[in-house]
Design a protein around this ligand. Structure first.
Ligand SMILES: [Zn+2]
Length: 472
């Protein structure tokens, strides 16, 4: 028997038929789906590029440093979340990128890496935010990356390539996303856009409150439409953010943005969909930056608390907490526990360290900058190895570990014993946690595109799906 297509599934409108037809066993049974409350709201949370070790290290760090578990693991401990494992492969690769990953959830189809809701055959798949908008619900995107980045864009736009940031910003305007919070000024500012379009003034004319600082955001927190763009590129890594009074004053945290977005969007009785992305966990993993990684994962975990505080006492909100792929698969290798604990002394990220060094840096400059940022004193030999990497002369056995970021990551691993398998996304099946009406179907082993089906079915918005043409 061939598996039903999503179109068959839509015709029957029966989630249970689809899932059983796919051979998926539901621990809660189909009756659990039929007996739940109505799904009014959806909060979709993505820690981008979160390997299993990242989830564990953030939790272990918090237990040892603050005497408490992470929210994600605590909720699992309390059996408050359903847990599954998800295959995130794209249409053309075992290892997905964030564009194809987000589009698999946001548009219900596997597309080629780099593409956003345009299939290999050119079909445009209408994504979740326009679907929810057409169903009369409110929509929002919150991220620590540029707001036009692949993960938020995957729920919202149709473009051939994730690199089309200016076009993505324009589609956000056309598609009337209610709340947009993140970085990426360069894609909105007339002085930086290649077409010199002043998107900020377009958004303002359309009734948006435009905020470029945290205080401007708070001033307009109750406005029905908000565009908050706080940096030219991505927001800073949490570790660097927390250690700068200036950045803390001007840029909100992910938890603060999530709180504002939920409070705002939930004013509508028709419900909403909100995507929240901890986007720089991925960047820290790419650059083998242990301080960047753990503290951005903790910032994402803080946002989980905000979302669950809203959802916990309601029966109308589906919360999904997951990641789009592993990245560099960091792990704390066996060593005395104090080595891992020493991460608590970090003041700045490894990215911050590297920004201040170059091929001409002296051994003592390298040693001093690393020690200021991490508390570790590099040996002369370690500093020499880093300088070789800066000069493009370092040779590791695995050639992807020759870069300055990989060499810095490995040298820091001599001290904290967190090391990496590379600097790229990995094929690992990923953690999937969920709460609320609709989550009954998200146990066990799940294919990425099933999330789109579960969300649209649970929220009863399937009639607004259309795959044939691009949507305005
Ligand atoms: Zn990535």
């Amino acid at each position: 028997m061939s598996q039903p297509t999503r179109r068959d599934f839509l015709k029957t409108g029966a989630l249970s038929t689809f899932l059983l037809g796919s051979g998926i066993a539901l621990a809660g049974g189909c009756s659990a789906i039929q007996n739940r409350g109505k799904t009014r709201n959806v909060i979709f949370m993505v820690s981008d590029g979160m390997s299993a070790g990242t989830l564990q290290m953030a939790d272990t760090y918090l237990r040892r440093k603050e005497g408490r578990p992470s929210n994600w693991i605590r909720l699992l401990e309390e059996n408050a979340l359903r847990r599954g494992l998800m295959d995130m492969a794209s249409a053309d690769r075992i290892v997905t990128d964030s564009a194809a990953a987000s589009a698999s959830w946001g548009g219900g189809h596997r597309v080629n890496n780099g593409s956003l809701n345009i299939g290999p055959d050119g079909t445009h798949h209408k994504p979740l935010l326009p679907i929810f908008r057409d169903a009369g619900k409110r929509t929002g995107l919150v991220t620590t990356t540029e707001i036009t980045h692949a993960t938020p864009a995957g729920f919202t736009v149709n473009v051939e390539s994730r690199g089309m940031g200016e076009e993505i910003a324009a589609q956000y305007y056309d598609r009337k996303v209610d709340i947009l919070l993140g970085g990426g000024n360069q894609h909105f500012d007339a002085e930086r856009r290649s077409d010199e379009l002043d998107l900020y003034s377009d958004f303002q004319t359309a009734g948006y409150h435009v905020a470029k600082t945290k205080s401007e955001l708070l001033t307009g927190a109750q406005e029905s439409h908000i565009l908050g763009v706080f940096t030219n590129g991505h927001l800073p890594y949490t570790l660097d953010h927390l250690n700068s009074d200036e950045l803390l004053t001007t840029i909100p945290t992910l938890a603060e943005m999530t709180d504002l977005a939920i409070n705002n969007l939930s004013q509508s009785s028709n419900g909403f969909i909100l995507q929240v992305e901890g986007g720089r966990v991925d960047h820290a993993a790419h650059s083998n930056d242990v301080g960047g990684l753990i503290f951005d994962q903790i910032a994402f975990d803080d946002a989980i608390a905000v979302a669950m505080e809203f959802a916990a006492n309601r029966d109308d909100t589906l919360v999904i907490i997951t990641t789009d792929h592993g990245n560099a698969n960091p792990g704390h290798n066996s060593s005395p526990d104090e080595y891992f604990d020493s991460i608590a002394d970090f003041r700045q990220t490894a990215n911050w360290v590297r920004r201040g060094l170059n091929a001409d840096s002296s051994i003592s400059e390298i040693q001093e900058r690393v020690e200021y940022a991490t508390g570790y004193k590099f040996s002369r030999e370690e500093a020499e190895m880093y300088r070789l990497a800066e000069r493009g002369e370092f040779r590791a056995a695995y050639s992807r570990m020759n870069s300055t970021s990989a060499v810095m990551g490995q040298l820091l691993a001599n001290h904290c014993h967190v090391n990496w398998v590379g600097g790229s996304h990995t094929a690992d099946y990923v953690e999937l946690a969920s709460f609320g009406p609709g989550s009954e179907a998200l146990n066990g082993f799940v294919k990425n595109t099933q999330l789109f089906d579960v969300i649209t079915e649970a929220a009863e918005v399937s009639e607004y799906i259309s795959d044939e043409e691009a949507v305005a």
